[in-house]
Design a protein around this ligand. Sequence first.
Ligand code: UN1
Length: 520
Amino acid sequence: MASFPRTGEIAAQVRAVLERLGVCQDRLAGPNAAYSPLTGELVAHWGARAGAAPDLAEAPGADPLEAAIGRAHAAFLQWRSVPPPRRGELVRLLGEELRAAKADLAALVTLEAGKITSEGAGEVQEMIDICDFATGLSRQLHGLTIATERPDHRMMETWHPMGVVGVISAFNFPVAVWSWNAALALVCGNAVVWKPSEKTPLTALAVDAIFARAAARFGGVPEGLSTLLLGGREAGEALVDDPRVSVVSATGSTAMGRAVAPRIARRFGRAILELGGNNAAIVCPSADLDLTLRAVAFAAMGTAGQRCTSLRRLFVHDSVHDALVPRLQQAYGSVQVGDPREAGTLVGPLIDEGAYTAMQAALDSARAAGGVVTGGERLGAEDALDAYYVRPALVEMPFQADCVAAETFAPILYVIRYSSLDEAIGFQNAVPQGLASSIFTTDLREAERFLSATGSDCGIANVNIGPSGAEIGGAFGGEKETGGGREAGSDSWKAYMRRATNTINYGSTLPLAQGVTFDV
Ligand code: UN1
């Protein structure tokens, strides 16, 4: 039976978890308020820029953001000379500290971002996984040796640290996104400055405290190697505009990416952009419908539809529509929505009122375009007036209207029928975003077509699993308005390093390439 938390019961829990995680009281003082989406109540205060606070005391009048980036840059100048496997040791210790703090940090993710218990734990597990990955990577920052056309020469490439890596993250993965960037950036020899979402400052403070414990065990970590910049727009803009920030990794909306990308480009900085997704799945005539139903339920309703990778569009073949869609409607009607701490709850709250308003506006547009909406209504408002729990919405659409082509960060799944695979792939690719996609089929030809150059145009294309919930071993990111960046596994580390091509002459003549002669 679903229940909803009552206003007033969350703040004390948040305080207790923050204390267990070792977040200092002085970082929880300041003019800004932190809220919990579980009830909408105020749960803590935080300072304008916790990471930059010491400078305010040291150098009155100095710009604390500039000073924080300056400290990070100074840390980079030292850290770049530490051998990579030794840098990996710091990240290994971070992984150990995260293991020790997993239950508490996961609980805080639930309290601050509203994730159900297993998804809060899953997020911290992703952090641990990337630490393990990066520790191994610290001994594998390989360059190539390349055949040269000149006698007695050798050509190779070496990879060097970039500088300061700025990380701008969103509320929906309040801690894991930092870790995908930071674990790689640190083993690659960079310093990291993190500007988290203003909606999730407390989990960021907790991660900062966890990192400090790893750094203390490591010993001799330069001050400012990992800096937390709490704040609003101005903190993000400082990272975007400061030429000392060689790489900016920004996760958020396409609108945010459109604002920051030209500013980073103007100073020839490097950008890793993880922006909007409008992820689709195609259900083919041969699909295993039991498996499809479970995959669609998790991908579309999980995390209350607030993953970049959440499933938002479902293209169902005419021949299986009547076997699948009524079962989906049944699942949407019965899924437990409520207190994310409770066993049995699968859908927690939306992050805030703005998310709820955007969801209702999208549903209104869908109705106006001929869509038939099941669900979408607000729940539990009598227990917590300022919390926004909703029944996930399933919307049968006659065609792919404008509201379907836009990303709404809420649990809305649009269902559209199709009759040929070409048509379905056409629908799936006909949106501006290109993050994640899936096909459900047991037909080898259809699966391979979907994965081919004429299939899905997304950065992630899956067969018989949903578009969300990627492991860290693969490169994560997408094309078109998703921004083109890649994070986490595979060779994503290269975005945090600069490549130098080196040619060495070990002979005593000077043969020029391309047969050029130049005798003086
Ligand atoms: C995001 O939604 O911001 O693939 C990232 C997934 C997670 C990451 C999502 N591993 O759903």
